[in-house]
Design a protein around this ligand. Structure first.
Ligand SMILES: *[C@@H]1O[C@H](CO)[C@@H](O)[C@H](O)[C@H]1NC(C)=O
Ligand SMILES: *[C@@H]1O[C@H](CO)[C@@H](O)[C@H](O)[C@H]1NC(C)=O
Ligand SMILES: *[C@@H]1O[C@H](CO)[C@@H](O)[C@H](O)[C@H]1NC(C)=O
Length: 261
């Protein structure tokens, strides 16, 4: 009799939860409960997995290694929110060496701080033209994009197109490098009751770094999946992850460590 009552209760609870889970903007309950790993109150942030950082103008062979990790996090995990970011630069953007007479990629210039009354400047590194809307290089890698498209309608998804302002670069998915303007990512996280963020993407020592630091500054508990992020060399990868861990307090774990907790 007790067993039967328990079974009925469990069934009723499951039924109620499945109904609740179908409502938009319900925080705390993963939208789909069929997959192995459920992460309530947790957002997966996929930073700049765009062709220009894989095989395009700022491409690097090492980038390919993160794709299976990201596919797994999309296929076998459930999230309260999934966010993607894309660099989305207008032609002639301040970060393009081609926009500055006599400069080449790798040079560093000083650019005005937009909100300063005192003519202060900030450092701006210069790159090849990259992630211009309408080019293949700006697109998210197909395996990731297809999965995102499939999850739409069952998981809340927010897509950030960052660094559209000609005058200031934006490594972070939350804000530009001068904190002149913020994206909607912070408010989206709050609207969905997010307490924890899991970060993957490209590249470890720039946009992954900036997004992780901002997530922590804005009050979230941030975990970086070490085999879900990459950059141009192992030395830079190790250094960036170590800084994120010791200076900023990010959790750095491999996918298998993450899946075993
Ligand atoms: C990068 O790979 C994608 C997908 O295979 C392809 O469409 C694109 O042309 C490649 N880009 C370059 C510059 O080779
Ligand atoms: C998802 O999990 C299944 C079962 O463990 C595994 O076979 C599959 O490779 C995983 N998917 C990805 C994309 O890793
Ligand atoms: C900032 O630069 C402008 C133009 O050169 C100048 O007129 C102004 O006095 C400068 N302001 C300060 C605080 O240095």
């Amino acid at each position: 009799m007790v067993n039967l009552t328990l079974a009925i209760c469990a069934f009723a609870l499951q039924w109620i939860l499945s109904g609740v889970a179908a409502l938009p903007y319900t925080s705390g309950i993963p939208y789909r409960t069929k997959k192995g790993h459920a992460h309530p109150n947790t957002a997966l942030l996929i930073v700049d997995v765009q062709y220009d950082f894989i095989n395009g103008t700022l491409g690097n062979e090492r980038a390919y290694s993160i794709l299976p990790t990201i596919y797994d996090l999309l296929d076998n995990h459930t999230w309260s929110l999934i966010a993607t970011s894309q660099d989305w630069h207008p032609e002639g953007h301040v970060s393009f060496a081609s926009a500055h007479e006599g400069k080449k990629p790798g040079d560093v210039i000083q650019t005005p701080l937009l909100a300063s009354r005192y003519n202060e400047t900030a450092m701006q590194a210069l790159y090849n033209d990259h992630c211009v809307p309408g080019t293949v290089g700006a697109q998210i890698e197909e395996g990731v994009q297809t999965r995102i498209d499939t999850l739409m309608g069952t998981t809340p998804i927010t897509q950030i197109h960052k660094a559209q302002n000609h005058l200031v670069d934006s490594y972070s998915a939350f804000a530009d490098n001068q904190y002149y303007e913020f994206t909607v990512l912070g408010p989206e996280m709050r609207a969905h009751g997010i307490t924890d963020i899991v970060v993957v993407g490209l590249i470890t020592n720039a946009c992954v770094y900036g997004s992780t630091v901002d997530g922590i500054k804005m009050g979230w508990d941030v975990t970086v999946i070490s085999d879900g992020v990459e950059t141009t060399s192992q030395a830079e990868q190790d250094e960036a992850l170590e800084e994120l861990r010791t200076w900023w307090g990010a959790n750095i774990v491999s996918l298998s460590e993450f899946e075993s907790t």
